[in-house]
Design a protein around this ligand. Structure first.
Ligand code: SAM
Length: 237
């Protein structure tokens, strides 16, 4: 069943223009069709279409099942080639992250400034919204940009994990760190060029715990998906 994020007032549902088009023209919805709605308080409901033109949608009943992870997960992702960033936003959303923090790594091939980021943010938010609706989440991840690692202090979590390529090997530290429950967990993944020694030292100073993602050196987008799969698997087992 299709899910949409919408505003709900007095049991009446107000969809965004794009979603109205998607529901009426792409999905060719009809009266009495049912859809799922998530309101601005992240509560999910079953709703029914009461009219098509104009579109009328009414809330029927709450959906009690929650799709969110028990801990708030943050992905720090070093700026990489643009298609990789979009892929990682989509997959990280499906894997339950609450925050995606893109950062300018010293070895990032792509160089962003705030203006570049604000120009791309609407597309990134649309990718995250579509992925959240597709996997039936109640949240759409927040997407932020930090000009350097030195700016990520405010985004730190209770447990902060540093996937360092020079530690590639056994994954025991990764799994043992996840045995305890934390309200918030972050994982930082470097860009195509990885981390330089000063960045690694800085992350250690910030209290990040080094973890290996196995013996092979993964592409940054694979590393993000692998790490978030391990975290969400551990949170939902
Ligand atoms: N240029 C680096 C090199 O050749 O060693 C590789 C960087 S890798 C493409 C991008 C990021 O993925 C790394 O900075 C790290 O965060 C993560 N990564 C990839 N494989 C990893 C592994 N086996 N263990 C820990 N982190 C890994």
């Amino acid at each position: 069943m299709q899910r949409y994020f919408a505003n709900v007032k007095d049991n009446i549902v107000y969809l965004k223009e794009d979603d109205i088009f998607h529901l009426t023209k792409v999905m060719r919805a009809r009266i009495n069709d049912r859809i799922e709605i998530v309101d601005e308080n992240h509560c999910a409901y079953l709703a029914v279409i009461t009219s098509i033109s104009p579109l009328g949608i009414e809330i029927q009943e709450p959906i009690l099942k929650n799709s969110e992870l028990d801990s708030e997960v943050t992905l720090f992702f070093g700026l990489a080639k643009l298609d990789k960033i979009e892929l990682v936003i989509q997959k990280a959303t499906e894997l339950g992250v609450k925050n995606i923090v893109l950062f300018q790594g010293k070895r990032s091939v792509v160089k962003f400034n705030e203006t570049d980021f604000s120009r791309k943010l609407p597309r990134y938010n649309a990718i995250a919204k579509e992925a959240s609706e597709q996997c039936h989440r109640e949240y759409i991840p927040n997407i932020k940009f930090r000009k350097s690692l030195h700016e990520i202090k405010d985004d730190l979590c209770e447990l902060n994990l540093f996937a360092y390529e020079l530690d590639a090997g056994d994954t025991s530290s990764f799994s043992s760190l996840l045995e305890k429950h934390y309200n918030s967990i972050s994982i930082i993944i470097g860009p195509e060029g990885g981390f330089d020694s000063s960045e690694a030292a800085f992350l250690k100073e910030l209290g990040f715990n080094n973890v290996s993602l196995g013996k092979r050196i993964l592409r940054c987008e694979t590393a993000a998906i692998y790490a978030l799969s391990v975290i969400s698997f551990n949170l939902e087992k």
